[in-house]
Ligand binder design. Sequence first.
Ligand SMILES: O=P(O)(O)O[C@H]1O[C@H](CO)[C@@H](O)[C@H]1O
Ligand SMILES: O=c1cc[nH]c(=O)[nH]1
Length: 248
Amino acid sequence: MGTEMQPHLQLTEEIQAKYALLPGDPKRVDQVKKHFHNVKELAFNREYKSIIGEYKGIPVLVVSTGIGGPSAGIAVEELANIGVTTLIRVGSSGSMQNHIHLGDLIVATGAVRDEGTTNAYIEAGFPAVADDQLVSAIRAAASKKNIPYHTGIVRSHDSFYTDKEEQIEDYWSRRRVLGSDMETSTLFVVGALRGIRTASILNVVVPSKGNLQSGINDLVDGESLPIQGERYSIQVALEAIASIHNTF
Ligand SMILES: O=P(O)(O)O[C@H]1O[C@H](CO)[C@@H](O)[C@H]1O
Ligand SMILES: O=c1cc[nH]c(=O)[nH]1
């Protein structure tokens, strides 16, 4: 445990939070803030913006992890150092299946480790899987709020712009991978190695290749589907935390 200041997050264990939500984008921290009482701004160093607030009386930390495995891995390590035990990513993703539309939520049960960070930690056979009790709590919270979701495997990667993106997408979508992001596998593997619970809820912001419908039908009540999906992902993550608080 670290009473000392963590070098990247600029946080210490004095904040005494057990739960954290992890958006990639620092701007999403402010979206989570809207759901809190007694918010305190903590730090904003590099890509790591942090606040703490109360949801239903429970202290919840929010820390942005930036883009990609290396910065997500650093965030997980430093959060573990200050005593955080439960991490839920509230991220964005591309869809890899035609039936998964803009603004849909994907609750990842596992992730293809198509990135370099976790390979720096442990051999490829080590699985990137979410904590199953946390996934159950997320599923129950979504059902309680009537928020639809998909569950399954996602792919975490390191690049958007190689010359092979189309073939790679095609390969994994044929293997029923639901969507892609850049941090979920690192969160799962580093979290498991450090003995903390992790889960990832992804809001679809890029439609699958063959999905014409997704781009056209993009507004509900004046709100875009990805904006709605972001709000839903945050609501579900916070409700899941409230439901597990003091139970495991
Ligand atoms: O919106 P966030 O949570 O950052 O997630 C996705 O968006 C970024 C890429 O645009 C990557 O970090 C990817 O994982
Ligand atoms: O298509 C996308 C969108 C967000 N993040 C990804 O990794 N891929």
